[in-house]
Design a protein around this ligand. Structure first.
Ligand code: HEC
Ligand code: HEC
Ligand code: HEC
Length: 152
């Protein structure tokens, strides 16, 4: 019995140490953690918890694959993130602090240069509209004309 209880104490200590050693975003964010709007669809491209921690690596990897090896898959494409995560109000992922990517990043003090080149809004989907027509010809890499030139 004595052996079992000391084992349990040890296990508890290890558990606590593991929790302390793994600084999670939630833990760091504390009480005023940003509220995130849920993405479209029922799930993300990967497990939610995985995405929370590793989305930056996915995106960078994806970029390297595209830019340096000429491989193009859409699974972890930045365009897809924007399609599902653009905010209702702004239609963008990074126009205001309520928008998905910004909500976390402004809290965490992360600044992205991605939006200098990449669109923060989904591609227009209503081909009937003049604006949409113009946009469908525009490169997805010229987002700022759609932003009114404002950088997020
Ligand atoms: C100086 C301009 C520029 C900046 C800044 C930039 N990119 Fe890109 N990015 C490009 C170009 C050009 C391509 C290739 C375009 C294509 O193939 O559609 C590309 C392609 C990508 C792709 C693959 C295509 C896609 O839609 O998934 C990803 C992912 C990507 N970039 C992520 C990022 C991320 C993340 C950042 C910020 C950390 C970033 N980029 C910053 C210019 C830029
Ligand atoms: C098909 C739509 C879809 C696509 C594409 C998508 N997501 Fe998601 N994402 C979701 C949904 C839905 C959730 C919420 C899942 C949940 O609540 O379990 C989510 C959750 C997340 C979370 C966790 C949010 C939280 O509450 O902590 C992050 C981070 C994230 N996505 C980033 C990305 C990035 C980066 C990309 C592009 C590589 C991307 N997502 C592509 C739908 C999508
Ligand atoms: C759940 C909170 C959360 C959400 C939502 C989120 N991010 Fe992040 N992101 C972070 C944190 C925290 C970091 C910094 C991680 C670090 O420093 O290791 C980060 C870093 C990044 C980086 C790397 C920046 C760099 O310079 O190294 C990229 C790229 C990125 N996020 C893209 C996105 C995109 C695109 C979206 C929206 C589709 C998004 N993130 C949504 C929390 C989030």
């Amino acid at each position: 019995m004595a052996r079992l209880s000391s084992w349990l104490r040890l296990a508890a200590l290890i558990g606590a140490a593991a929790v302390l050693a793994a600084p999670s975003f939630e833990a760091a964010a504390g009480a005023d953690k940003p509220t995130l709007t849920r993405g479209k669809g029922d799930k993300c491209v990967e497990d939610t918890e995985f995405m929370r921690r590793n989305h930056m690596d996915l995106l960078k990897h994806q970029r390297d694959e595209t830019m340096h090896k000429g491989i193009r898959t859409t699974k972890h494409s930045l365009k897809q993130c924007v399609e599902c995560h653009a905010g209702e109000k702004s239609g963008s992922v990074a126009a205001s602090k309520e928008d998905f990517c910004m909500a976390c990043h402004s809290y965490a003090g992360v600044k992205l240069d991605c939006w200098d080149c990449h669109a923060t809004k989904p591609m227009a989907k209503k081909p009937g509209q003049a604006e949409a027509k113009a946009e469908s010809k525009a490169s997805p890499l010229m987002p700022n004309s759609r932003n009114g030139g404002a950088k997020p």
